[in-house]
Design a protein around this ligand. Sequence first.
Ligand code: SF4
Length: 285
Amino acid sequence: MSKIKIAELFYSIQGEGRYMGVPSVFLRTFGCNFKCAGFGMPRGELSTEVDDIAEVVHMFNKYEDLPLVSTGCDSYASWHPDFKSLSPMLTSDAIADRIAEIIPHGEWRDEHLVITGGEPLLGWQRAYPDLLNHPKMQGLKEITFETNGTQKLTPEFASYLHTWKSHHDKDFWREITFSVSAKLPCSGEKWEDAIKPEIVCEYEDYGTVYLKFVIATEQDFDDAMIATRQFRDAGFTGHVYLMPVGGVESVYALNNKKVALMAMKEGLRYSDRLQIPLFRNAWGT
Ligand code: SF4
């Protein structure tokens, strides 16, 4: 039976993107190919906030106790090796059982599954079919992969996804979404590593795909427009969302309206981050 290293598994409301406001189970896998230490920092500088927390990792026994950060990646414990011990390796059975415990009626109804990270399309692609075919997952109809858009689908996983897309029996059919948060230079990652239009265009063969850019400044907005052109030139047809930066309320509140106005000006979609005003972005929300 397949196993997945799970950083977090919780029930909440989706705060971002296409499914904003929808009751959702979040399966946060461990591991990422990026660090995104540039978020919240002056351009060209990298945050050490996450490494500073890692130095005192022995003080924390569970995710809920971990501090929030105002710079760098706000889900740092889902990939930083020093926090690995907080993330158990769980079988598909254990994950499906846990989900049945946390959803309101003990079975899937109108809830949506978010497979997030970290970067959920790293090696775990091999384990998803086993989990998603599990008898306790059969009522699940909508799934979003929250990805940074740099990982190709393996031929095996692509072919598995294709069976859903091509199926005409509504009891079997599932709606697949790829929410692609492509990383701009404000993340601290290099453009050529982070902007991968040819990979993202391939996702469109298997589900609905949209881009979601995290914006703090006019420079980020300009970068998002350049990146959007690259994606469009490669054939990308999906929607584009602008979303305010902010792992903590004070940072988010400074620029949410500004980003909404930028999105309106360009005729793009605005994504809020409802988890910040509702839950202060606490772990497990
Ligand atoms: S890609 Fe996402 S999870 Fe990975 S480091 Fe960047 S913000 Fe964090």
